[in-house]
Ligand binder design. Sequence first.
Ligand code: C2O
Ligand code: CU
Ligand code: CU
Length: 488
Amino acid sequence: MQRSRREFLVLGGTGVAALGGLAALLGACASSRSGSSFPVAPGLAFRQPDVLTSVNGTLAVTLRAAPTMVPHGSGTRYALTYNGTTPGPTLRVRPGDRLVVTLENGLDAETNLHTHGLHVSPSGDADNIFATVAPGASRTYTYDIPSTHRSGLFWYHPHAHGTVAPQVAGGLAGAIIVEDAIDELPEMVASVERVIVLSDPPIGSGPGTMSVSPMTQMQGRQGPVVLVNGMSQPIVPARAGSRERWRLVNASAARYYRLALDGHALHVLATDGGRLVAPTEVSEILVAPGERVEFAVLPSKAGNYSLRALRYDRGRPGMGGGMGGAISTGELTLATVTVAGSASEAVLPVRLAADDSASAAAPSATRTVTLGMGMGGGGGMGGGMGFTIDGRSFDPARTDIELPLGHVEEWTLVNASTMDHPFHLHVWSFRVVGAPASVGWKDTVNVPAGGAVTIRIPFTEIPGRTVYHCHILDHEDLGMMGVIDVTS
Ligand code: C2O
Ligand code: CU
Ligand code: CU
């Protein structure tokens, strides 16, 4: 108790914030509007968000976005939640289902909803990020998930340009699972499935914590603590000889996680929304903002093992490093896995899915897409840093890329800046050219500072107008986003 109380006060920062934190501590019960939020003192047992599952082909839910005081340490913190919790409920659907979400806006700013990675229409009342919902208003989104949809882990979050980083960092995010056949493979039936949403929210007692300085925005905001399903350093109890199947989403606005688990290999089963052909063993996985990864862990010996985020350096904020040192994330413990018993490692399936990578072969066109940060540009930060794609800042009225439905294109993503940028395309998944076997279909890919990545995108089945952008959400808010129109 003492420890978490002290942690809370330290994190409160300035004297005023600390006083606010104290007030929040004293009034914890009275001010909390959430009966089901997650306990967060370090060392509590791992918990998952509530799960809402489709019945007879339909899942209809209401998500209310609203400010909420949620538990933090032995007190509370100010957060933005869906239905009172952060992360929001996990939505579980199947290919061919209809997902209907009524979004109620209880915030004091515009918001909307995006289904990151889902291959659904970006138009009308589906995954249309150009439409926004005013404070106090609501909107019903209807997503028809194609019967051919790939299974995997996706997620939902707000996408109202200019407010995305504070809203997602504030806590507005939840997982979407499209179920699949690997659940029925004999080697997977008994696996322990865990949804893990990583976030690093600001810690404070009021809405002031949601605004950051222009310098922090330029770097991409990172919070003072990393939470696993809203909990600080939970304990994950596991049994030797079991199959742990972890489905993890990086819902941080800007933080990268270079994941490793002490004493264990990670057996990758899927990346973003794409099942691998076979489990592929790695010792660590870099998960950039927006990315997901699914992997198996096969405990065999009793003990306590840390799930770590290893140190990662994602570049420098200014041209030639002139605007400050490297943006580094030091090593952190995310959770502790406590293994009981002793048994030989469980066996994984030899084959997970058919190889459907050929649909990304033989591109009919190529393009270069350049991610840039320049001084003094019209990037929306008067005289500051301009965040651009192909030299232009986001304009919802302009279409940057237009192509006909049915084409496969090869894009070379060039990072002309001194910081990493995770590139994300809505609606259509892609393959990364030259990627190792541990990488399948992707919708978000990190483009390292000064580097380039080539992707192949089949623009199949679904036409429509939507966006591609950097998933460091501050960069997106500052204009690093373009508009694509796939015409039928
Ligand atoms: Cu995760 Cu354009 O979004
Ligand atoms: Cu998206
Ligand atoms: Cu960026």
